[in-house]
Design a binder for this molecule. Structure first.
Ligand code: CTP
Length: 420
């Protein structure tokens, strides 16, 4: 390990006092129980990079659930436990801390979840994905702040390198292929040469991963600051076709993702918008297969299906001189992600403007008279009421009327015309 580093100071400088105090206390309680406690994984990496990360992952050589129960008493946190992996989550106020029992893992077959066995911190670090994620910091009194870096994570951080710990890493767990690309692009690092070779060798292993696990990886990518960089790199390396062979991670996609961010700013774009842009070139049939490969939930599937359905209407929407009510009729009922995706993707400025008009104004235009009001005015049957309401709505959209009084005038006119 290069120059000794004082993590106690780094922790104190970078993490909020409440979490620092929690870690002190947790280290002391673990010590009294004869257990060793460590801070591990992404937060250690980010402490060294000087980047904010408040997701504490603690590993204990001992029993995570029992320790969590002791900590909960001291801290009044909410606790969730998983006995299969002997893990616990503590949550209080805005904070959330994961506690796991140090373990070894063995993979019976590629893609399956591993069999786990309680073990040492060294074994626990050795089961991890990349060297930069395989470092730990001691939290027990006497060891507090002491680094553990058996795989050269700190050197790789300095060299800006993503490196697996062993040859079978991607075979054991092919989701690491996506994770590797995500870290590479997020941190502006590069995949170390051998790691890159192994990654490309094992791309086919992605077929062994369940839809739910693949979807989780895609969701993580979509939460990145620049998800398009990950998809572009995935296309370059031949990983993207594993989501669907017809997906394109090209300059067009990159530009649309950037535009989506500019349009939605200061909020990040919704996952459904990004996904719709990523999958914009798919046919309806291809989209169906993409949705089922990722086992997308209903709302995301709806965004994607709406996107394709709307794509087929873009020509019509580009017709010059469309009335507002005509635009409304075409666009009513589609999700806003599908509308925005089409607005960003269409070649036609007129169609894009019409979607913008719909989203910013037309979709919120309502009539003021209710069915009850109409009945009171003398409109009798259900179908008549529906017809008049639609007529009023159309007149409102097209700016022919603009107040409740105007609406009443129209209704009166209709009733008189009917009587005469
Ligand atoms: N990990 C792993 N293999 C995986 C998933 C996770 O080895 N397939 C390990 C890594 O050591 C990782 C830790 O578990 O650091 C925690 O996982 P996660 O929270 O997903 O990773 P973070 O590094 O915290 O990533 P991020 O910054 O994206 O939250």
């Amino acid at each position: 390990m290069p120059k000794r580093i004082n993590f106690a100071k780094i922790i104190e400088k970078q993490l909020p006092a409440e979490l620092v105090n929690f870690m002190w206390m947790a280290g002391e309680i673990a010590h009294t129980r004869g257990e060793k406690l460590y801070l591990v994984g992404g937060v250690v990496r980010d402490l060294l990079l000087g980047q904010a990360n408040l997701d504490l992952d603690l590993v204990v050589e001992g029993n995570a659930i029992e320790l969590a129960r002791r900590l909960k008493k001291a801290d009044q946190a909410k606790i969730t436990t998983h006995s299969r992996f002997n893990t616990a989550k503590l949550q209080w106020d805005d904070w959330s801390v994961d506690l796991t029992t140090a373990r070894t893992e063995s993979y019976e077959k590629p893609g399956a979840l591993p069999t786990v066995q309680p073990s040492s911190i060294e074994d626990d670090l050795a089961r991890r994905d990349f060297t930069i994620n395989a470092m730990a910091i001691g939290l027990n009194p006497g060891y507090y702040g002491q680094p553990l870096d058996p795989h050269g994570g700190r050197d790789d951080l300095k060299a800006k390198v993503i490196r697996v710990l062993h040859e079978k890493s991607f075979t054991d767990d092919a989701t690491r292929i996506w994770r590797g690309l995500r870290y590479e692009q997020r941190l502006d690092f590069h995949l170390e040469r051998k790691t890159l070779t192994l990654l490309q060798r094992d791309i086919a292993m992605l077929d062994t991963i369940s839809g739910d696990r693949i979807r989780y990886e895609v969701e993580c990518i979509l939460k990145e600051k620049y998800p398009e960089k990950v998809f572009r790199r995935a296309a370059e390396l031949g990983v993207l076709p594993k989501l669907h062979p017809a997906l394109k991670g090209d300059d067009w996609m990159v530009a649309r993702f950037e535009q989506a961010r500019a349009t939605c700013s200061p909020e990040p774009p919704e996952a459904g918008l990004y996904l719709s842009l990523l999958a914009y070139s798919l046919t309806a049939e291809e989209m169906g297969r993409f949705i089922s490969r990722l086992r997308l939930p209903k709302s995301l599937a709806q965004d994607l299906n709406d996107t394709i359905a709307l794509k087929g209407k873009m020509r019509l929407l580009a017709t010059p001189g469309m009335s507002p009510s005509g635009i409304y009729r075409l666009l009513d009922g589609y999700t806003s992600s599908a509308l925005m995706a089409n607005s960003l993707a269409t070649e036609s400025p007129a169609a894009s403007q019409n979607i913008h008009l719909y989203l910013t104004r037309l979709k919120d235009i309502k009539i003021e008279l209710s069915g009850k009001d109409l009945k009171r005015m003398g409109v009798d049957s259900g179908p008549d009421i529906k017809e008049i309401m639609e007529l009023l709505h159309k007149a409102r959209l097209d700016g022919k009327i603009s107040s409740k009084e105007d609406e009443e005038e129209v209704v009166k006119g209709r009733l008189e015309a009917k009587q005469s």
